[in-house]
Write a protein that binds this ligand. Structure first.
Ligand SMILES: [Zn+2]
Length: 232
């Protein structure tokens, strides 16, 4: 990536995705801050909502723990635990129950063996290496003019893009399950609350779209560099 940063051409490819990323960050922050102030009608904290929704989803073996940071809430499939940030765990807000329901959605995916989640988990070790080694091998190939080496780097990096694309159905599906679970369990009862939860979750989904767009545009940039090298 360091190589890309020195080259202004990179921004021709990546600018739309980078702008989308900034917009998504703004959306996440603003809807989170707004709906963190709005009390939910059942007056449940995130922690209480987690217990209620897990019970409604018949996931009694899933633990709930706290984690540091803001918007750091996640489900860990290895420890089978929901990790909630302090604000989400202790405040009875609309944002908190939306975020919790989304993470419960991931736990349900895990319990059901939802295929995109499995594929995503399987790609994690490859991505951990490919995301940094791919660009290095790619640039090395360009520098020493060995195209097959660059191609290997590109393939490694492409797996990172595949990972971020597979993330999209996983995230959208978790949010869909979240709204369904909140409604069927009677945790949200009004259309206004449903709309608010959807706003909180769609901001987060957009950040994943931006990340995927960024990975794909980087691939196009690499292909452009490879093409330029071949013409010389
Ligand atoms: Zn998620």
């Amino acid at each position: 990536m360091y190589y890309a940063l020195y080259n202004p051409t990179y921004y021709l490819f990546a600018l739309p995705a980078l702008l989308l990323g900034l917009y998504a960050q703004y959306k996440v922050r603003s809807s989170y801050e707004r709906y963190m102030q709005v009390r939910n009608s059942t007056n449940l904290t995130g922690y209480e909502a987690a217990e209620r929704l897990l019970k409604a989803a018949r996931l009694t073996d899933i633990g709930v723990a706290e984690t540091s940071g803001t918007l750091s809430d996640h489900y860990d499939p290895r420890s089978k635990k929901l990790y909630l940030s302090a604000n989400v765990a202790h405040m009875p807000s609309v944002a908190a129950i939306g975020i919790v329901a989304h993470e419960v959605g991931h736990a349900v995916q895990d319990a059901e063996g939802y295929a995109p989640l499995k594929l995503r988990s399987g790609l994690v070790p490859i991505v951990q290496v490919g995301s940094w080694l791919g660009p290095i091998i790619f640039v090395l190939g360009l520098l020493i003019s060995v195209t097959p080496l660059s191609a290997i780097g590109l393939i490694l990096f492409t797996l990172t893009a595949v990972f971020s694309l597979v993330t999209l159905p996983v995230e959208y599906n978790a949010s869909k399950r979240a709204v369904a679970l909140l409604t069927s369990s009677g945790t949200i009862t009004t259309l206004e609350e449903q709309d608010a939860v959807q706003k909180v979750l769609s901001g987060a989904a957009l950040t994943y779209v931006a990340a995927a767009a960024q990975a794909v545009s980087t691939i196009f940039y690499y292909l452009f560099l490879l093409g330029g090298r071949r013409r010389r």
